[in-house]
Design a protein around this ligand. Structure first.
Ligand code: 26M
Length: 820
């Protein structure tokens, strides 16, 4: 395949400044003198969009008229982060922007800060989707991202006086949002409820209510590809006629009710990231965006055709299901083909299974989505019929393949109504049966998927299963977030081609032998730490000492991720100093930084937040440890904070219980920015360690097999508490009120869980975790050797580019590539 590259935007800074001025005057209606940073931000965004417009239109045209199969990435979440810097980079306008803001007499940082970060995702899964659409565009692959434009993104996190998490609504659209283009002319009708009538072979669904799905389009500019793809996020609106009908009957308030109901669908992002609750609204959201997207794809690829040949759909586009959230799209495409276009079942099924693929992001059984059949039946009656028919045929097929009746029952898509339990629809099973490929998100995870979570399916449909190890975009997370390191890499390699060919980082390996180069690397890290300290002071009022080791643990707060393990280790080190067992001067000065949001209803996670905040309060106020150990918990961890923290981090924590973290993507971002990892053999840690070299990774803790064996043997967490005095002391300090002003009740649910249940075996891994701290400190005392290893982490992490991940999807699943 030849690489298509459109001519780069060549425009002088003066000309770009004039374009911004023009937007200020004719769109915003302000003079450059009146313009605030927020005005300049909006004007710049408009100017950048204008620059991208031709490439966007060409890309859409080429996509529809060309013969390259496109990708539809279906995701309930796209955690994009701020757009301006990224759009400027990919439009080739970064330098012009820096000059323009100067000419306009404002500060670039103020302009960047004026953008409100869209938080349309919970964490890893949503950010992965954002990285993937960046890579697709950068490779010139024709692609759509399809999702929901929530009115309220992930909540804004605050901490109260007690250190407890408080959730505040995130009304990100309160101010002008210049990137999204609302296209009222391309809306779709999505029906809900009602009845199905007709004979067996001709069924008609009459929905009880309909919602108007209006697309809001975001440009997705590729880096140096000259291509601009589309992220199409649907916004739910009501239909007027709907209100009018009711209006005649029962008055005004009743008339606006359906409108409110309709618009509620895209109102809020669910802040749960692992325990899906079977909430009706959530199913409405899922159907809303997948149905609108499927209809949209048909509209785009068969323009103006009344009788399109939908059997060619799989040649035009394939749909990647980002977890089970969009799986209802499978019965939807069946319904569209059979009911709306008159295809027979087998033809519809062949087409549907050829179109869909499914990515699984978990191993935790409680995180697999399951819907009561009755709920699907009342909201989507025709889809329930189709799902039941899929299940019936699936079971019949299984019977030809195996005699194992129990196994067949275990594999049913619709569970049998046994023991008074109502039937349920298992979305992961529907996705596996109704698509061509199923992939896990790291090598270990994909193996465990086959061996444990979807074992029966992999026995029968082994060919469907594959792995695509996650990746992250080097544009946002290296080039933009870490300009100093980027310059050093470019200097070391003699080219900046690495930004789109990240495996080139390997060529830095020999430079790790060059002490002078390692020292330059160390200077970069140090300068980033100074910057981060300034950022933390400005944004949070923290006084971070950049001459300490920056030790970060940032991710959602979840028991399996084991923030508890980290905070117990911090407490233990604190206790060592307080008791005089260890002289304060003998420890490596360390700043521990946490960042994490908890699901609002997740009691244990929220109590852990409270504990961390109070440990921070006590330790940071204690003169005995001053300058040696401090703990900070900046609230509201988001992409922007990540972009500042990651380049400044020395040591990254990836300490989940083995077998629980599907992949992790923070781990990749940290390694690429020259942090060392302390971690378990879990998720992508396994591959990171292999690639950067075991000697450049701090491994500790039980393996998946050891975890299994310990569960089987009968796990008793209290025995570890009894056996390790460090652990005992740390737990006791949590119980005895040290971190709750003497109140012994506050953390009881936590401590009693640790000692009695401890499902994720924090107690069992504590000693190993403490022991590795010795190694970490020894190495850190030798800055040259520490930085050599950190540099080797950078040099050997090129594999974790989302460009490589997309190559894997293209080669093994989508079977397509860049446009000609
Ligand atoms: C589903 C239904 C109702 C409410 C919420 C959900 C839901 C939303 C997001 C469930 C899970 C969600 O995300 C899970 C997630 O982020 N998984 C992470 O995916 C990353 C990318 O593959 C991996 O790196 C992480 O290991 C994995 O935890």
């Amino acid at each position: 395949m030849t690489e298509y590259t459109a001519p780069k935007a060549s425009i002088t800074s003066a000309a770009f400044t004039d374009e911004i001025r023009e937007q200020l005057r004719y769109t915003q209606g302000v003079t450059p003198e009146q313009a605030t940073a927020a005005d300049v931000y909006v004007a710049t965004a408009a100017a950048v969009r204008r620059h991208l417009m031709d490439a966007w239109m060409t890309t859409q045209h080429d996509m529809v008229t060309g013969s390259t199969k496109a990708v539809g990435y279906f995701s309930a979440e796209f955690l994009m982060g701020k757009q301006l810097r990224n759009a400027l980079l990919n439009a080739g306008l970064s330098d012009q922007f820096d000059d323009a803001v100067k000419a306009l007499g404002c500060d670039a940082r103020d302009v960047i800060d004026a953008e409100y970060e869209p938080g349309l995702g919970n964490g890893g899964l949503g950010r992965l989707a954002a990285c993937y659409i960046d890579s697709l565009a950068s490779k010139g692959v024709p692609a759509f991202g399809y999702g929901i434009q929530y009115r309220y993104g992930i909540f804004r996190q605050e901490f109260d006086e007690q250190g407890r998490q408080v959730e505040r609504p995130d009304y990100w659209l309160a101010n002008e949002e210049p990137w999204g283009h609302i296209d009222y002319n391309r809306s779709q009708r999505v029906g809900f409820g009602g009845v199905v009538t007709g004979k067996d072979d001709v069924r008609t669904w009459e929905p009880a209510w309909c919602v108007r799905a209006v697309p809001v389009d975001y440009m997705v500019p590729g880096y140096e590809s000259g291509r601009v793809n589309t992220l199409r996020l649907w916004s739910a609106r009501s239909y007027d006629e709907f209100d009018l009908l009711t209006f005649n009957r029962s008055g005004y308030l009743a008339a606006v009710k359906p409108q409110v109901k309709a618009e509620n669908i895209s109102k809020i992002l669910y802040p749960e990231d692992s325990t899906p609750q079977g909430k009706e609204l959530r199913l409405e959201q899922q159907y809303f965006f997948t149905a609108a997207s499927i209809h949209d794809a048909i509209r785009v690829f068969y323009p103006g055709q009344e009788h399109p040949d939908l059997t060619t759909l799989p040649d035009k586009i394939c749909f990647q299901l980002n977890d089970t959230h969009p799986v209802i799209g499978i019965p939807e495409l069946m319904r569209v083909m059979i009911d709306e276009y008159g295809y027979d079942w087998d033809t519809a099924w062949r087409t549907t299974t050829a179109c869909f693929n499914y990515t699984c992001h978990t191993l935790l059984p409680e995180a697999l989505e399951v819907w009561p059949a009755s709920l699907i039946g009342s909201l989507l009656p025709r889809h329930l019929e189709i799902i039941k028919e899929i299940d019936r045929r699936f079971v019949a097929q299984l019977k030809t393949l195996t005699d194992d009746a129990e196994k067949i029952d275990r594999m049913r898509i619709v569970t049998l109504a046994a023991d008074g339990k109502e039937p349920k629809v298992r979305m992961a099973y529907l996705a596996t049966a109704g698509g061509s490929h199923v992939n896990g998100v790291a090598a270990l995870h994909s193996e465990l998927l086959k061996d444990v979570t979807l074992r029966d399916f992999s026995d029968v449909f082994g060919d469907k299963f594959t792995n695509v190890t996650n990746g992250v975009t080097p544009r946002r997370f290296v080039k933009l977030a870490n300009p100093r390191l980027s310059d050093l890499i470019t200097d070391g390699l003699g080219t900046d081609r690495w930004v789109s060919h990240l495996d080139m980082l390997k060529e830095l390996v020999p430079l790790a032998k060059d002490d002078a180069f390692v020292r330059r690397f160390a200077e970069v890290k140090q300068a980033n730490k100074v910057d981060f300290a300034a950022y933390a002071r400005r944004e949070y009022g923290f006084e971070i000492d950049p001459n300490t080791m920056i030790n970060s643990m940032v991710k959602r707060l979840h028991e399996y991720k084991r923030q508890s393990l980290k905070i117990l280790a911090v407490i233990s080190q604190y206790a060592d100093i307080k008791s005089g067992r260890v002289a304060a001067e003998d420890i490596v000065p360390r700043t521990v930084v946490f960042g994490a949001k908890a699901a609002p209803g997740y009691r244990m996670a929220k109590l852990t937040i409270r504990l961390i905040n109070n440990v921070a309060r006590v330790i940071n106020a204690d003169p005995d440890v001053k300058g040696r150990l401090s703990v900070y918990y900046p609230w509201n961890y988001n992409i922007r904070l990540a972009e500042h923290l990651i380049p400044a981090t020395d040591l990254d924590e990836q300490i989940s219980q083995a077998g629980k973290e599907a992949s992790g993507t923070g781990n990749m971002k940290f390694a690429l920015n020259g942090a060392l990892t302390v971690g378990t053999l879990d998720g992508a840690n396994v591959e990171i360690r292999e690639l950067v070299g075991p000697e450049n990774f701090f491994l500790f803790g039980m393996t998946v097999d050891e975890v299994e064996a310990l569960y089987d043997k009968g796990y008793q967490p209290s025995s570890y508490y009894d056996a390790d005095p460090r652990l005992k002391q740390a737990v006791d300090m949590v119980s005895d009120g040290t971190f709750s002003d003497g109140d012994r009740g506050v953390y009881k649910p936590l401590t009693s869980d640790w000692l009695n249940k401890d499902y994720f075996m924090t107690m069992a891994d504590f000693s190993a975790y403490m022991d590795i701290q010795g190694e970490i400190e020894t190495l850190y005392r030798d800055p040259l050797e520490w930085n050599r290893k950190a540099l080797l982490n950078v040099a050997n992490s090129g594999y974790f580019s989302s460009d490589r991940a997309i190559d894997d999807y293209l080669a093994n699943i989508w079977k397509t590539g860049p446009m000609d």
